[in-house]
Design a protein around this ligand. Sequence first.
Ligand SMILES: [Cu+2]
Length: 319
Amino acid sequence: MRKNNLISVVVIIGLVFAASIWYARNNGLLPVAAGDEAVLYDGLFNTILAIAFGFFLIVEGVLIYSIVKFRRRQGDDTDGPAIHENLSLEIVWTAIPTVIVMWVAIYSFDVYTAMQGSQNLDAMAHGGMHQTVAKHERGGMPASKATLASSNSDGTLMAGTMPAGGDDVVAIDVSAMQFAWIFNYPNEIATAELHVPVGKKVRLNMTAVDVLHAFWVPQLRIKQDVIPGRETFLEFTPRVVGEYPVVCAELCGSYHGGMRTTMVIDTPEDYQAWLKEQQEVASNDPEAIVASRPTSHMSDREYLAGKVTHLGMEMASKK
Ligand SMILES: [Cu+2]
């Protein structure tokens, strides 16, 4: 390669590199990162985006260059050069993507582990073991039905093997139903809106009353299925005070699209004040207590009637 060519290749690669990093930092494709996990996730997303954008520029650049440079000139009817193979080129263009893909895989798994993804895998493995026991006791009944049956008859869930949150963790029980979220805090507080304090680890222990739902907050970059008869959980650490949407991300019925609420990340003082306020509501409002009780003694209709009344009062009392 001539010296001039080498210099222009180096300059072009440098420019592509700079453009990729600039685009990864300024793409504006993601909403605000409201949790510590979201920051990790964005690091991964932006890195992959930078790599993809760099390759896009190189591939499209070479394409456009070739279209111009090697176009057919007037009166030129000769054949192109017959090139069969170029072993070193093939080795290079196989090795580079292999290294990149392996590195991205390791980086992704690292972020996944940091976001408690593998804890959920462990919990699922335990849930599976539990179901096998249930199947045994019930004389070969399908595992999922056995689990459902037990959660209906005694009001407790089979997944009792989940690791519980420690003292420094804000643990909130979430129950999903067609078509609402109920958040149960200690002291019989039940609300339709999720409040969490900034800077403290939050653990949501989730289960569904009826069908599959999924808890999703785009600004936290986390999503978890909520499953009838089995407990799943999500852990995150809020970092930006504000209001964010909670969206059901699993088609769960005719009003699935309306199954939304708000997650409010409060300052610690606001959070305590809110909890106190909810405590007063709960102790003066019999429906609020009903909403947080086990459902074993009620039919579904009675259970939901309690919720609906409570939700109505919640919304009215906020204004
Ligand atoms: Cu849903």
